[in-house]
Ligand binder design. Sequence first.
Ligand SMILES: Nc1nc2c(ncn2[C@@H]2O[C@H](COP(=O)(O)OP(=O)(O)OP(=O)(O)O)[C@@H](O)[C@H]2O)c(=O)[nH]1
Ligand SMILES: [Mg+2]
Length: 259
Amino acid sequence: MNILAPVRRDRVLTELPQCLRKEAALHVHKGFHPRVTCACQEHRTGTVGFKISKVIVVGDLSVGKTCLINRFCKDTFDKNYKATIGVDFEMERFEVLGVPFSLQLWDTAGQERFKCIASTYYRGAQAIIIVFNLNDVASLEHTKQWLADALKENDPSGVLLFLVGSKKDLSTPAQYMLMEKDALKVAQEMKAEYWAVSSLTGENVREFFFRVTALTFEANVLAELEKSGSRRIGDVVRINSDDSNLYLTASKKKPMCCP
Ligand SMILES: Nc1nc2c(ncn2[C@@H]2O[C@H](COP(=O)(O)OP(=O)(O)OP(=O)(O)O)[C@@H](O)[C@H]2O)c(=O)[nH]1
Ligand SMILES: [Mg+2]
């Protein structure tokens, strides 16, 4: 795909999309980090606009990884199962706070026999999406192993984690509530943000990917600012001392700048 194609109008983010559940969120701030907003306004985002961030999608076979990506990227849904062999990827271009931002979504195989090939593509991920089927408790249990495998190839402190329950359309509200309780616990243990989606109906799919994009972008800009040492004396107005950063993953309680 041509990464220079213009950004689609429905890929423009001007605000930080909110988390699904506050109990299991990477952070619960209402807006982008003030330093990020400020840097974007002042065109101080360095190389972020030219970068392609890698996102890997892992999880048991048939949990719906390919369908999730296809629903977001192509707005299609295939009810027939066709196993992913090795890996596949899609490129998505966004514009966040006026800055171009690209994600490379790596769809990996869940089948054991292809896992070996797929795992060679885990390296260099900025976000890891671990998918399980909301109607299959074993697939939730296996998410810990998927995460461990993915983290072998990545720096755990530099990667954003998302735990995604799929096929929400197949559970009754009561079944869903039961599963969500367990899933929230797993997400908290992993320090991952929890989402529940349906690729069949499209429920939460766009909201989820927008959240992944926004948080990855935010982490990238903060890292860029850190690298360039652009924090200015006098900009520091307060140390973030509230409890809205559950896992301290993206911003790691850095001093905030901007008036
Ligand atoms: N009802 C329902 N079915 C779904 C949903 N998502 C996926 N499926 C079905 O689940 C099956 C597996 O979906 P895939 O997306 O191919 O699963 P996968 O995780 O990519 O599987 P591997 O590539 O083998 O790892 C297919 O038959 C899909 O139609 C969903 O949200 N709702
Ligand atoms: Mg697949």
